[in-house]
Write a protein that binds this ligand. Structure first.
Ligand code: NAG
Ligand code: NAG
Ligand code: NAG
Ligand code: NAG
Ligand code: NAG
Ligand code: NAG
Ligand code: NAG
Ligand code: NAG
Ligand code: NAG
Ligand code: NAG
Length: 334
């Protein structure tokens, strides 16, 4: 209990120092615009995306997740400054399944992206153009592979992304404030603090509805941007006090070669969606939208009732035809 998993920490440390020499967020010579020369960063299945909530495809396969170890505080080992983010390393025993995933994925770590406090947002993904103050990524791999093995498989990594926003009143319940109080102890690259079994992942996520989410296939958002990620972006943000969001840039520094630079705006710019579709869980999207109509039409002509949502079967075809006409008039696909 609470014992540090040394091989895992060393592995993450090696990854970090290898990476920071090649790329950065804040200097002309290595900023995101230059990353296309690295690995897969110039590919066409890149992340993050701006998720257009009017264009998502509802998918009845995207049901609830099963979370294992998310309530267990002994599995969060330590928090470390990697020079471009802070990362919490996880012990074995944290995993997810369900949620439309074909198999179980095991968590290895989570980290954050942010802007410059509450005045300048820094989430990587956006929802219908809205950028949130921060974003948390919980990184899971297939078959308990390490990151370097899992990134070779096009569905080798499953990342759960949670937006973080300012609580509009004081009735928030995330323990991110507990974590943010430790940041001054990891202000520069390489520093690490053991967590001593004080925080569970559930206590960080608070009350977020984990059945409302968006799903698409993308990449890691840092070099080498491997196109190996099944993304799950939750619709509702974790709510925290403004002070938590402000603490990240105030207390942390980049791994700069010369003088200390505040660790701020560590988010990758938006990438092109191309021909990809973003799917949504049923509860993430109101029923009366384009993609429902589209799906029902396809399902009926294909005679595959097993994939039709019960409510949709009851819509008479004349109503469907009128709906299709109206949607076509609005220049949307039907
Ligand atoms: C979002 O999707 C809707 C429906 O397809 C479309 O009309 C709209 O132009 C899209 N918005 C953006 C910003 O692409
Ligand atoms: C938490 O994880 C530890 C280490 O795997 C395990 O021994 C313990 O039983 C778990 N606790 C709960 C409540 O699941
Ligand atoms: C719905 O999501 C599942 C799981 O990701 C996927 O296998 C399936 O192809 C999707 N359905 C449609 C109609 O795209
Ligand atoms: C962040 O904001 C503070 C003031 O709120 C400012 O002093 C600082 O220069 C900003 N940093 C960056 C990197 O924009
Ligand atoms: C990742 O796993 C592979 C296969 O088990 C192993 O050969 C490799 O050394 C591991 N890489 C790291 C960085 O731990
Ligand atoms: C990716 O992983 C899945 C599940 O383990 C496996 O079925 C598939 O063959 C792998 N693909 C590649 C290209 O390794
Ligand atoms: C504060 O939050 C509580 C619980 O979420 C909610 O019931 C209440 O309406 C909120 N008050 C304001 C002023 O937003
Ligand atoms: C910081 O960056 C330098 C290169 O700029 C690298 O040699 C060093 O290992 C990095 N330190 C950490 C802790 O990442
Ligand atoms: C965990 O224990 C170590 C050693 O006693 C201490 O240095 C560290 O600050 C503790 N971590 C937390 C989060 O309290
Ligand atoms: C936050 O962590 C503390 C221990 O540091 C714990 O007592 C408390 O219950 C946690 N809060 C939540 C909301 O889980």
């Amino acid at each position: 209990m609470g014992v540090i998993n040394l091989p895992k920490l060393i592995f993450l440390g090696v990854l970090a120092s290898w990476a920071v020499a090649e790329w950065c967020y804040n200097e002309k010579s290595c900023e995101p615009d230059t990353w296309s020369r690295l690995g897969f960063c110039g590919g066409n299945r890149q992340s993050p995306l701006d998720i257009n909530e009017s264009a998502v495809v509802r998918n009845s396969s995207l049901g609830s997740f099963q979370f294992t170890g998310y309530d267990n505080a002994t599995l969060l080992l330590s928090i470390k400054n990697l020079g471009h983010t802070v990362e919490v390393a996880l012990d074995d025993g944290v995993s997810i399944s369900g949620g439309g995933l074909n198999t179980e994925y095991s968590a290895i770590a989570f980290h954050f992206h942010w802007g410059n406090g509450t005045s300048s947002p820094g989430s990587e993904h956006r929802l219908s153009g809205k950028q949130f103050p921060m974003e948390m990524h919980i990184v899971h791999t297939i078959n308990k592979l390490n990151l370097s093995e899992s990134r070779k498989n096009s569905t080798g990594i499953a990342v759960l992304a949670f937006f973080i926003n300012v609580a509009e009143n004081t009735s928030f319940s995330s323990n991110l404030s507990t974590l943010s109080n430790l940041l001054q102890q990891v202000s520069t690259a390489g520093l690490l603090v053991p967590l001593n079994a004080t925080i569970s992942i559930n206590s960080l996520l608070g009350q977020v509805d984990r059945t409302s989410y968006y799903r698409y296939l993308g990449s890691l958002t840092t070099p080498t941007c491997d196109e190996a990620v099944i993304w799950t972006v939750f619709k509702n943000p974790i709510l925290v006090p403004a002070s938590v969001i402000n603490t990240f840039p105030e207390q942390l520094y980049f791994n700069g070669s010369d003088e200390l630079q505040m660790l701020a705006n560590n988010f990758r710019p938006l990438q092109k969606i191309g021909s990809r579709l973003v799917h949504s869980s049923m509860s993430a999207t109101p029923t009366a939208i384009v993609s429902t109509t589209k799906h029902t039409t396809v399902s009926i002509t294909n005679h595959t009732p097993s994939s039709i949502h019960t409510k949709q079967i009851l819509i008479p075809s004349t109503v469907l035809a009128i709906m299709c006409f109206l949607y076509t008039e609005a220049s949307l696909t039907c």
